[in-house]
Design a protein around this ligand. Sequence first.
Ligand code: SF4
Length: 553
Amino acid sequence: MCLNKTLLQLKLSPHDSISVCRDLRKNKNCKYYSKLMKDLGKTEDISIIAKKLLIEPCDADEIISFAGGAGYCPYFLSKLLLEKVGIVICSYHWLFNPDIKEIFLKFINKDLFNCILINDECHNILSMATQVNSERISPFILKLALKDLELYNADRDMINLIRILIAHLENKKTNLNVEERELNPEILVKNLYEKIGLKDLNSFKILIKELKEFSSYVAEIKSSQGLVQRDYIGSIAKYWLKWLEVLDNERFFFCYNLRTTREGNKNISMEIVALDPREITVPVFKNAFSTLSLSGTVNPYVYTNLMGLNETGKTSKVIVSPSPFPKNNIKALIIENINTKKVNRGAQTYKKMVNKIEEVIYCTPGNVGIFCASYNVLKGLLTQDIEQIVQKYNKKLYIEDSNISAAENAIMIENFKSEGKNNGAVLLGVCGGRNSEGEDYPAEFMNSVVIAGFPYHVPTPRVNAKIKYYDKVFRNRGWEFAYLYPAIERANQAAGRPIRKLDDKGAIIFLDNRFKDKMKWISSWLRDEIEVIPDKKGAITQQLFPFWNEGYF
Ligand code: SF4
């Protein structure tokens, strides 16, 4: 909701944007903010603007358009209007991100206790709550911080700290032969302060506090010179303050993470990963007047535990509502004798899966979505000529690519959806990807969906750390809560893509017999409709052909 080109060009995180925005305002370098404040003091009144704008519910685009026309900052206009409204629809970050929550509550001029929270699509809170409590640094940001430290004549120890870290990470980048490796935070910090020449951990803590103070000093100078930049030194100080705060806290996991870009370049980062969402969620659920969490896929038992609802001192109640969808509109099948476990992943399994998918494509009049357990499974299907099968039925194939931009992906999805009016198309994507969650395919946009494989995450060190930690705090339910549940949640999300409205008709095919064993974890609206189908040629057709071709089209 910012119109200031200087800030927009920096493409910063919300946290950094707030500090740059503050500098711009302080130096009177944001004409949108200045005009808003000037007019509010003279010709305009926020109550009058509220009367003009809030005749009916108003969304962000409408505020941006109104503010843009008047030359006002939409962000601050919306914040000032908050006090005048009774219902605010906002991102989870506004209440669950500690950096943002206090500012938001100030603007609505209310304590959390005076708020009723309705958490729609509440399954998303789980990952958001751990993300906002995690931190990472990379050589890229360290180098930018070093530049500032040298330019503004920082103390030798501060410069040394950053140089040692850059060298350490560059070395790891060359020598690490896995994507992720756990590190011991106490040993690393000891090695670090000894290399700098400090005598103990306490001296290191003092150095980090000084680094934080120096970042404010540099920001002041830059601001007085009219320079607008991200506070790189401050970001490094924030990272280390977090490290020192949670150094021996079992709720955090420390690791190196190595990623390879589309161009084949390696990027390394050193991460502090929060394992427990309750650190963030309990204070919100506890202090709000009351909360209502809604989801079509969430498992109430897991959600209650992971959110810490039973630690809030409040009474909580689970309501599992009956499925609102007419039975005749849903066909759900689990296919026997297919298993995409790592040991089974080979040409034979992929060939069998493609044969089953061919039956689905043959029976479905329009669009088909195929969401695979991983990109490896997706590639496996491509090796077994899925492309030719799709062409055989005169449909177009769209393949998800994690490397394309959000805008390019949006165009691809629009094109896929539009084929639903014609002979149909096939979308080949992955569970947990951007097209299998959050994107809706009602009516003809998707008729049938195939969940190709059980989407377990690769058991990386951070996943294993989470299982171990959850075992300890959730009575040995670590594997279920940290491994099975996220996988089934990805499958449940993908399975629900074609059924968005009450009159939608859709077929859902689970291509992995492990779904049979884990049936009780499948969303209840879908579970009651499931039939288990034998691994026989034509068995899918027998079910799907009449479903799609008797009196519907
Ligand atoms: S005051 Fe508004 S327009 Fe100006 S930089 Fe901040 S958010 Fe952007």
